[in-house]
Write a protein that binds this ligand. Structure first.
Ligand code: SF4
Length: 471
């Protein structure tokens, strides 16, 4: 009997990409094989995201396409997973009755069972509620990594905050941290498999461990509240073979001096901090329930830059949040100029059903104003990004090779420790993805560097090559 073949299509954030690796790993463990594409797949899993704009429209557009394939090949199984599945559950099958399986973010581990059950008993929807049980972590399941030299490690799921624009607390539940020693063991296993770069994932990584300490105290233990994220950075950063540790995303209100010290004192922790500002107006920040003022954000940023040599800082910013006035927006521009970010992900507010901000329709800002503000914001970000990149010209930087450059296949692309994208030439051809080298920077643009390889470094020694299709 030939094995059934699968494709996992991923939408949204790194947390979802990591869940997709686990879904793929589970299917592998159950005898499925990866397909080259949808045309030769027997199972298509759409791992959805409800954070990005028009997520519903994109999902139903893709499902419509899959339906036409399923009409020709009725044995094709279609599964919908991820945040949108968690949020909408049965509604998905009501709109797309040809979907075979719908499962949420808390029962990723049931993917293979549900697909098998649906083949016998017919379509099935199973949405688990957050249980606080660490068995539900995707990281505790088998994995199939899409990049062999780098690995994601989920350290925490859920979020205890209540940002007015965000659906995460509703679909991922309250914060649940994985046990410290499990995480260290997982990184040791990744290192043994040849992984040299790990990225620690969580919705609010720097509050890692808060729930563990609370639970310990409730059980009668004498656990002082301590910055366990800092401890975790130090422990994971000292695993043999791990050369780079990154993490995303921390919350500015929880960025503690101990975390800054751990970053500064752990050589493998990269000199890059993603610190989401979201807005520079105190009244907008209050309406968003972000828990800090613009001044507090700038103070935390200044502490991080003072404590960590050569730190690059990226951020997220939303313009046209409900009620944002021109004066509010100008304050954002002022804060962004002062912060001099190295890069930024910028968005126009769009309401996500189920969030507090979606109910603020009477204060929505017009789309034209949103577009105008986004362009003005991007101009300010690009100015500081270009200056920061130009300041690298003439320097020689360590680069982790990602592969041939998409712009020019004769060049290679990689990332510096500061997470800057660099396109570079080599005198004698290719270096495999996962290799390290040094590159002398010769040119700069707002979003990348250009350079020439200076010296070859270590070759990759990973063993696993994994295809997970990103959408
Ligand atoms: S901190 Fe705010 S934006 Fe981030 S996941 Fe939690 S609620 Fe969402």
């Amino acid at each position: 009997m030939t094995a059934r073949r699968y494709v996992v299509r991923t939408y949204g954030c790194q947390m979802n990409e990591h869940d997709s690796e686990r879904i793929s790993g589970l299917l592998d463990a159950c005898g499925y094989e990866p397909a080259a594409g949808i045309d030769d797949a027997d199972v298509v899993v759409l791992n959805t995201c409800c954070i990005r704009e028009n997520a519903d429209n994109k999902l139903y557009g893709n499902l419509g396409h899959l339906k036409s394939i399923k009409d020709q090949r009725p044995d094709l199984q279609i599964a919908v997973a991820g945040c949108l599945a968690q949020k909408d559950g049965e509604q998905i099958r009501a709109r797309a009755p040809y979907v075979d399986v719908v499962f949420g973010t808390h029962n990723v581990g049931r993917a293979a069972d549900l697909l098998a059950t649906a083949r016998v008993d017919g379509p099935i929807t199973e949405i688990a509620e957050p249980s606080g049980d660490t068995d539900t972590f995707a990281s505790a399941l088998p994995t199939r990594r899409d990049v062999s030299y780098a690995g994601w490690v989920t350290i925490q799921v859920g979020c205890d905050n209540s940002c007015a624009f965000c659906i995460v607390p509703a679909v991922r539940g309250p914060e649940v941290s994985r046990p410290f020693l499990d995480l260290v063991a997982e990184v040791e296993a990744l290192a043994a498999d040849g992984v040299t770069e790990v990225t620690l994932l969580g919705q609010n990584v720097n509050s890692y461990g808060r729930d563990l300490a609370r639970a310990e105290r409730r059980a009668g233990g004498d656990v002082a509240i301590r910055p366990m994220f800092a401890d975790l950075l130090r422990a994971i950063g000292s695993v043999a073979g791990i050369r780079r540790v990154r993490y995303t995303s921390p919350h500015p209100k929880d960025l503690r001096p101990e975390t800054i010290a751990a970053m500064a004192e752990t050589p493998s922790v990269c000199e890059h901090l993603h610190l989401p500002l979201q807005a520079g107006s105190d009244s907008v920040l209050a309406a968003m329930h972000r828990g800090y003022t613009a001044d507090r954000f700038l103070e935390r940023l200044a502490s991080a830059r003072a404590g960590i040599d050569d730190l690059a800082v990226s951020t997220d910013i939303i313009v046209a949040f409900p009620g944002e006035t021109e004066a509010d927006f100008n304050q954002t521009l002022d804060v962004v100029a002062e912060a001099a970010f190295d890069s930024a992900y910028t968005f126009i507010f769009s309401p996500r059903p189920g969030t507090e901000a979606a109910a603020m329709a009477d204060r929505f800002v017009s789309p034209e104003v949103g577009v105008d503000r986004l362009e003005r914001l991007k101009a300010v970000v690009e100015r500081s990004a270009l200056m920061a990149n130009q300041a690298r010209i003439g320097r020689t930087e360590e680069v982790l090779v990602e592969g041939p450059s998409k712009r020019d296949p004769a060049m290679l692309t990689g990332r510096t420790r500061q997470n800057r994208l660099v396109h570079f030439a080599t005198p004698d051809g290719g270096l495999a993805a996962g290799s390290y080298c040094t590159v002398t920077v010769t040119g700069a643009a707002p979003h990348h560097l250009r350079g020439q390889m200076a010296e070859r470094g270590d070759r990759p020694r990973h063993r696993t090559k994994i295809p997970v299709v990103a959408a």
